[in-house]
Write a new protein. Structure first.
Ligand code: PMP
Length: 439
């Protein structure tokens, strides 16, 4: 499909356990648990099966014999009537253990896609691996970098799934306000002002090292960080030597022409400090559980070692399906589909805004979502939306998420609530807004 500059997939688990880039000392970002991870010998040997000679006699792994699997072939009918056929040889790949980084043809396609869209400046020092959805990558990245009680900088409001990963580590959150233009660099500077960059840069402990951001069509606020702010945030991260976790599952669900999308942090990463999380959940299927992480090799290597002992690899059947789909569509077909997805959610958003304007004007405030599936509503007349949602709205058969769920400190009152417009009809939007307004 996409032309790829790098050949195939590389199992990076044979790299030295602590690899230091000439630019960055990645070791200071790693938790003790992550530093202690060792490659799994069997997983590494299994990776040698990729592109192996037919002469190879493989007796190292506990590979079950696919002859004993009950499945022979598969055919998936697409909405356009075409069929994705998985013939018996490919079916064997779908059903067998894969190398931990992912299904090699898919990795090749994703690298080509990433290179085309983001053209990462540190591409030769980067690696890309497939994860079981972006949540899987995010969870492992945070486990790699957050020790109990560490600092963590995040935009606020923050995706609740990230807070749920983090809360058990009892981090010292450094929330940075995000408004209709995304994370505010001035607020970021203010949060960091208790330290001098030179005191933070090389410190091993007791300083912030990680910044989490969901830059496009943010969950829950629906808005994107402006290009100017991205450059400022990157510069501050560079000054303070922070790793940026760029969680971007709504990248392809932004409204507008892809060529006008703001540059990703990965695309401006000259230092090798960005880990980017992509997902096919919003555009192909959330149930397939296919996402991918791209970033500096030494950090990806640590995530890989975690994968080697947890899920081993993202589901093979899902990876083969996505790969075959991308192959069938080609680049043009993929982007045609993306445009259809954008158009769909744009119509949903517009219907949602119309209903909100009609029923909630004067009661709620909101910023127009630039993509994604959420409207983030502020209710100025109530100090906190919790009771309004958990009691009164529920009684009226409306379920929304109280804003507290997206705050680092949920004990504080919050005037916001999140409404998803992805699966409800315009008629339901009308009804719901009417019910909220009479609450
Ligand atoms: N990050 C954000 C901001 C999300 O909204 C979601 C999905 N709710 C995820 C990550 C996880 O997505 P995936 O299905 O790829 O694991």
């Amino acid at each position: 499909m996409f032309t790829c500059v790098e050949a195939g997939s590389v199992d990076i688990s044979f790299w030295p356990v602590l690899h230091f880039s000439h630019r960055m000392n990645y070791s200071r970002f790693l938790t003790t648990v992550s530093k202690n991870r060792q490659p799994s010998l069997i997983r590494d040997l299994t990776s040698l099966l990729t592109n192996a000679s037919p002469e190879l006699v493989f007796m190292a792994g506990g590979l079950p014999n696919p002859q004993m699997f009950p499945f022979q072939a598969a055919s998936v009918t697409m909405k356009d009537g075409r069929a994705l056929t998985i013939h018996p040889k490919l079916m064997t790949d779908c059903l067998q253990y894969l190398p931990t980084p992912g299904y090699p043809p898919l990795i090749k396609q994703l690298k080509a896609l990433t290179e085309k869209i983001h053209a990462p400046p540190c591409w030769v020092d980067s690696e890309l691996i497939v994860t079981a959805g972006s949540q899987d990558g995010l969870c492992k990245a945070l486990e790699m970098m957050i020790n109990q009680g560490d600092y963590l900088i995040t935009q606020e409001p923050c995706y609740t799934g990230t807070l749920s990963i983090l809360n058990p580590y009892q981090p010292r959150y450094l929330p940075v306000t995000a408004d209709h233009e995304g994370m505010n660099p001035e607020a970021l500077k203010a949060v960091l002002s208790q330290w001098q960059p030179q005191d933070v840069r090389d410190a091993e402990e007791g300083v912030p090292k990680v910044l989490y951001i969901n830059p496009n069509a943010c969950n829950p606020s629906g808005v994107s960080c402006t290009e100017k702010r991205r450059h400022e945030i990157y510069r501050i991260a560079s000054d303070y030597n922070l790793v940026i976790l760029e969680d971007d599952p709504y990248y392809f669900v932004q409204f507008g022409d892809i060529k006008d999308f703001h540059p990703s942090f990965l695309s401006m990463d000259t230092d090798g400090r960005v880990l980017r999380f992509d997902s096919f959940s919003k555009v192909l299927s959330s149930g397939l559980r296919v996402g991918f992480v791209t970033g500096p090799k030494p950090l990806i290597q640590r995530i890989l070692l975690h994968k080697q002992v947890s899920i081993l690899h993202a589901p093979a059947m899902s990876q083969v399906l996505v790969s075959e789909l991308l192959h069938l569509w080609g680049e043009e077909g993929f982007f045609r589909h993306i445009r259809a997805v954008q158009d769909f959610y744009l119509k949903q958003r517009n219907a949602m805004l119309e209903a909100a304007k009609k029923h909630l004007t004067g009661l709620c405030e909101w910023a127009v979502p630039t993509g994604g599936m959420f409207l983030w509503l502020k209710v100025p007349r109530v100090p906190d939306t919790w009771d309004m949602i958990m009691e009164r709205a529920l009684e009226k058969n409306v379920i929304l998420v109280p804003g507290k769920a997206f705050m680092c400190d949920p004990s504080l009152p919050c005037q916001y609530m999140r409404a998803a417009f992805s699966v409800i009809t315009p008629e339901q939007m009308e009804k719901v807004h009417h019910r909220i307004s009479s609450n």
